[in-house]
Write a protein that binds this ligand. Sequence first.
Ligand code: ZN
Length: 237
Amino acid sequence: MGRVVLRCIECNEKATELHRDYSNGILKITLCGSCQKPVDKYIEYDPVIILIDAILCKTQAFRHILFNTSLDIHWKLCAFCVLCEAYLRWSLLHSSEPSGHPADIIRYAKEWEFYGMVALASLELAAFCGGVLCLLWAVPGRLQGHDVWPLLRALLLSCYGKVLLVPAVIWEHDFSPLCLGLIKLFVLTSNSQAVRVILNCRRRLALVAVGAGLLSEMLVARACQAGGEHPGDGGHV
Ligand SMILES: [Zn+2]
């Protein structure tokens, strides 16, 4: 996996260091040679402030996280988000059923259904990332010859909003469909901002790339639905 170079969060210019350590114990934030502003003001900020700015989709906060930190929780976060999504679908599947089946066989069938949902959610996430990467690959000069890992890491990290699916399921109420729609919109907005920051491209290209990912995700979901109504029933019933 290639090391992402440090960048100025204001003007996206490459930087060699974020701060300079003087021998008498004084640390000083480096100023950008291009825009004369601090290369990365966020190194002094509290993580909560950085998170709030990332939630607000500020370009500077995204540049700080994606270029100037070595945050490597993307695979764990991705696994957690897949589990959240699988749990949401699984609970929606059973929300209309009367509860209280004591039989073990029903419990096992439900468990297999959950694994089926995990597989489906993973497949859809892979289809989404694949769709985004394929579209950007087709645009000349964007991904060809570049390392795709930083973009993949950015896509996975920017899915962090899916964690909100858990409270949306637990505190179920009449507005749940609206909440789920808003969470989806928020995740897609973060995804497009991540693409824009990594490639330093226009907003329109990032939106088109995310749209292509969404389309590919929906096609895979439709194909899986058509392939079997109960993907995980395992032949128990
Ligand atoms: Zn700068």
